[in-house]
Design a protein around this ligand. Structure first.
Ligand code: DP6
Length: 365
């Protein structure tokens, strides 16, 4: 059953008369990789614990939305959707659901026809979650349209609203609007943190973390057997849920200190433990499931031996799949990339990996 949306009235902007009848907006929004994981939510898209992520740069969705005032009066939401220039009917129901869900926050939605054109810069069906970049791009575009039509929100309010709207599409998407680090979910020790939208990590970040590298190893590009949405749901009856949510909130505090002091050993301990705990939750759900593949484990073992042998502080994290994100400071880039080429690329499907790094969120195109 669809849970009724409780309106947050501060995100509603009344536009008395539209400033323009047609136009176009276009933005690129990156994916993000969580260091402290969001796994478990309540309706509607409220996280059970605080999460924190690096905003990425290379893995991004570029979306444009053209809008044209309707000539005839009808009460529906009208859009057409193109993916990389071609029609993609399989994506339409998801966008329809999203637009219906956010319609109470965009009073103009039924007055215009929209043409949405999206493309991802990362390989299609690479196993990389495109919902974070895709949904945040869509949210950002509609907030920008509202501003063009005469909405009254300031720039910072627009960022907050875009994050709020993105969250309603996909939880983790709300963390992609800004960078280099964002936090989502209210936490007693993080000022300004909220369950409704993500905020920029607002304490000084040690230089070592400001240009951190994330090389994404594409271990398995196949369709996941269990979607994130189902996985989140399994946290409801999970025997370790309470401890897990408490642990994540403690890790936020610890990581917050580490990010300021530049304590890389502390960083590695928290980040790898978070990745394995996420998958441990999956393995101890009812029904239980495993998203890692044998090659995921092989890669992890290689990373651990390389770190031990070289003292280079490289570590890994995982999202809800088999792919491995290799994280390391920029100054070790050459050595780590050499290691990846030699030892890890062979474990990737078609030897494919993507070199990404932390970035700053929405880019106007
Ligand atoms: C493992 O944001 O994809 O990547 O809110 O149902 O769309 P929905 O889930 P989603 O979950 C992401 C889970 C994760 C961890 C994280 O990004 O924090």
């Amino acid at each position: 059953m669809c849970k009724k949306l409780i309106l947050s009235s501060r995100y509603i902007s009344k536009i008395d008369s539209f400033k323009i009848d047609s136009g176009k907006v276009a933005f690129a929004l990156p994916s993000n990789i969580a260091l402290v994981k969001y796994w478990g939510k309540r309706p509607v898209q409220i996280p059970e614990n605080t999460s924190l992520s690096f905003t990425l740069s290379t893995c991004r969705t570029e979306t444009s939305v053209e809008f044209q005032r309707k000539r005839t009066k009808d009460l529906g939401i009208k859009f057409s959707f193109l993916f990389a220039g071609k029609s993609k009917p399989s994506f339409e129901p998801k966008i329809q659901t999203f637009l219906e869900r956010v319609e109470p926050y965009f009073s103009f939605l039924k007055d215009f026809d929209f043409v949405i054109n999206s493309k991802n810069t990362f390989p299609h069906s690479s196993g990389i979650a495109s919902s974070a970049s895709g949904m945040s791009a869509l949210a950002q575009c509609f907030v920008a349209i509202e501003a063009k039509l005469g909405g009254s929100f300031s720039e910072s309010e627009q960022i907050e609203k875009a994050s709020f709207i993105a969250r309603l599409g996909s939880g983790s998407a709300c963390r992609s609007l800004e960078g280099p680090i964002t936090i989502w979910g209210s936490h007693p020790k993080i000022e300004g943190s909220s369950d409704e939208f993500a905020i920029k990590f607002n304490l000084p970040i040690h230089t070592i973390f400001q240009n951190y590298q994330d090389t994404v190893l594409l271990i398995d590009k196949g369709e996941k057997q269990v979607s994130s949405t189902v996985g989140h749901g399994l946290m409801h009856e999970h025997p370790f849920a309470k401890q897990r949510f408490a642990q994540a909130n403690e890790n936020i505090e610890k990581l917050s200190a580490v990010l300021q002091t530049g304590n890389i050993d502390g960083f590695i301990k928290i980040v790898e433990s978070e990745a394995l705990t996420l998958h441990a939750m999956m393995m101890t759900s009812q029904p239980y499931f495993i998203l890692m593949k044998p090659k995921t484990f092989e890669v992890i073992n290689h990373i651990w031996s390389f770190r031990e042998k070289t003292n280079i502080p490289v570590c890994f994290t995982l999202d809800a799949g088999a792919n491995v994100h290799v994280l390391y400071p920029e100054k070790y880039k050459d050595k780590v990339l050499e290691f990846i080429k030699k030892k890890l690329a062979g474990h990737c499907q078609n030897k494919q990996y993507i070199c990404d790094y932390v970035g700053n969120g929405a880019v106007l195109l």
